[in-house]
Design a binder for this molecule. Structure first.
Ligand SMILES: *Cc1c(COP(=O)(O)O)cnc(C)c1O
Length: 394
C-alpha cells in the first residue's frame, strides 16, 4: 500500500511467464504492434509514435528529453516535488539552459503562473510532472497545451504516477511527449516506459536522429546536433518499432508481455471505470485516515486519486510505525523525500491495490499500530469512515 511499486496484477505476472520469440518472428512484431495500439488507447491519443522504452520510468523521461533537447536549448520546469527535481537534473545533463519555477511541496501552479514564465523564458520545451507521488498532488494540464502552441513550445509530461488512475488526455490537452511506467496505477512491475510523441515532437526527433553505421546507409556525416545517446535516441527506437523494423536494441520481450497485459487489464475495465475505482478507494482511504484523527497533507483540491499523504503525528516516529506495519501485518506504506521525509506517510491505493479489502485492512492495522505508539485513535474510526464512503457510493 505504498506509493509504488505496488502489488502486481496476477494476470500481468502470468503473462510475463510466456515463452520468448525471436525479434523478427511475426508473433513478436504483431505483439509490438498490438501493444502500440493498446497504449494509444491508454494515452487517449492518435499518435502513431507510441511505443515502449525498455527501462524504468526514468528511462522514458530521459529518452524524451535527450531526444528533444539540444545543448543550449532552454527548458522550463515548473517544479512542485521530487520528480520535478529529476526533470531539472536530466534536462541539465542534456546540456539545456534550465529555468525553474517553484511552489511549496503539496501545492500546484496556476496556469497563469506557468504562462508568465513561458513568456519570460521562451523555452523550447516545457517539462512538467502530472502527478508527483512525492507530494500526492497533480498539476492540472488542460490549459498548458494551448499556452505551448501559442508560444511554439514543446510540452513534455511525466505521467508515471497518474496514468490509469486519474484522467489523462494526451491529444485533448495538447501534449507533445509523454512518458509513463507500469508500477503505479497500471498494476505492473517497473521496467518498461510507455511513451507517446506528437507529430511535432517526431519532426524534431527525426531531424536529429543519427545514422548507425552498418545498419543504415554507411558514411552519413555525424551532425553536431545529433541526439547524445544511442539507447535513448527515439528516432532510432521509432525506426525499430515502425514499419522499417530497423534493428536497435533487443526488445525486452518479457516486459513487452507485461506492458501489453497491463494495458489489456486496464482497457477491459475501461479508462473511466478505472479512474472511478481509484477515486472511490482513494476517497475511502482519505476518509479513513481522517477518521483516525490524522491530518491529510497537501492541497486536497488537487489530490491524486491514488495516493494519500498523511502528516505523521507529533511524537510518533514515522519509520517505526512503518516497520511495525510491515513486520506484523505485511503491509507497506511509504514516507516521502527531501523536506517531507519523516514528516508525512504516503499510502497508495493504486492498480491492483485499489480495492476495498486492501483499504479496510490497512486502516485496521494502522489503527492498531498507532494505538501501540501512544496515539489516541478512535476505535474503528478509520474503517467506519471508509465504510461510510463505500455506503454512500453504493
Ligand atoms: C514513481 C515515479 C517515477 C518512477 O521512476 P522509476 O524510474 O520507474 O523509478 C517517475 N516519475 C514519477 C512522477 C513517479 O511518481
Amino acid at each position: 500500500m505504498g506509493p509504488g511499486p505496488i502489488t502486481v496484477h496476477p494476470r500481468v505476472l502470468q503473462a510475463m511467464s510466456a515463452q520468448l520469440t525471436g525479434q523478427y518472428d511475426p508473433f513478436m512484431t504483431a505483439t509490438m504492434a498490438e501493444t502500440q495500439a493498446l497504449y494509444r488507447e491508454v494515452f487517449v491519443t492518435a499518435n502513431e509514435a507510441t511505443l515502449l522504452v525498455d527501462g524504468t520510468s526514468r528511462a522514458g523521461i530521459e529518452a524524451a528529453l535527450v531526444s528533444l533537447v539540444e545543448p543550449g536549448d532552454r527548458v522550463l520546469v515548473p517544479r512542485f516535488g521530487r520528480f520535478g527535481h529529476l526533470l531539472v537534473e536530466i534536462a541539465e545533463r542534456c546540456g539545456a539552459e534550465v529555468h525553474v519555477i517553484d511552489v511549496p511541496w503539496g501545492q500546484v501552479f496556476a496556469p497563469e503562473a506557468i504562462e508568465a514564465a513561458v513568456r519570460e523564458v521562451r523555452p523550447k520545451v516545457l517539462a512538467v510532472v502530472h502527478g508527483d507521488t512525492s507530494t500526492t498532488v497533480a498539476q492540472p494540464l488542460d490549459a498548458l497545451g494551448a499556452i505551448c502552441r501559442e508560444h511554439d513550445v514543446l510540452l513534455y509530461c511525466d505521467t508515471t504516477a497518474s496514468l490509469g488512475g486519474n484522467a489523462f488526455l494526451t491529444d485533448a490537452w495538447g501534449l507533445d511527449a509523454v512518458s509513463a511506467g507500469l508500477q503505479k496505477c497500471l498494476g505492473g512491475p517497473s521496467g518498461s516506459a510507455p511513451v507517446t510523441l506528437s507529430p511535432r515532437a517526431v519532426e524534431v526527433i527525426e531531424s536529429r536522429k543519427s545514422i548507425e553505421a552498418g545498419i543504415r546507409s554507411p558514411g552519413d556525416p555525424v551532425r553536431a546536433d545529433r541526439i547524445r545517446s544511442n539507447y535513448f535516441d527515439l528516432g532510432q527506437v521509432l525506426d525499430y518499432w515502425g514499419p522499417k523494423r530497423l534493428n536497435h536494441h533487443t526488445e525486452a520481450t518479457t516486459m513487452l508481455y507485461g506492458a501489453r497485459e497491463c494495458a489489456r487489464v486496464l482497457l477491459e475495465e475501461g479508462l473511466d471505470a478505472s479512474v472511478a475505482r481509484h477515486r472511490l478507494h482513494g476517497d475511502a482511504m482519505l476518509a479513513g485516515v481522517q477518521g483516525l484523527g490524522l491530518t491529510p497533507f497537501g492541497d486536497l483540491a488537487h489530490r491524486m486519486t491514488n495516493v494519500v499523504g498523511v502528516e505523521i503525528p507529533d511524537g510518533v516516529v514515522g519509520d517505526a510505525v512503518r516497520a511495525e506495519l510491515l513486520e506484523d501485518y505485511g503491509i507497506e506504506i511509504g514516507t516521502s523525500f527531501g523536506p517531507l521525509h519523516g514528516r508525512v506517510w504516503r499510502i497508495g491505493t493504486m492498480g491492483y491495490n485499489a480495492r476495498r479489502d486492501a483499504v479496510l485492512t490497512t486502516l485496521a492495522a494502522l489503527e492498531a499500530v498507532l494505538r501501540r505508539h501512544g496515539v489516541a485513535v478512535p476505535t474503528a474510526g478509520g474503517t467506519e469512515a471508509a465504510q461510510g464512503v463505500y455506503r454512500a457510493a453504493a
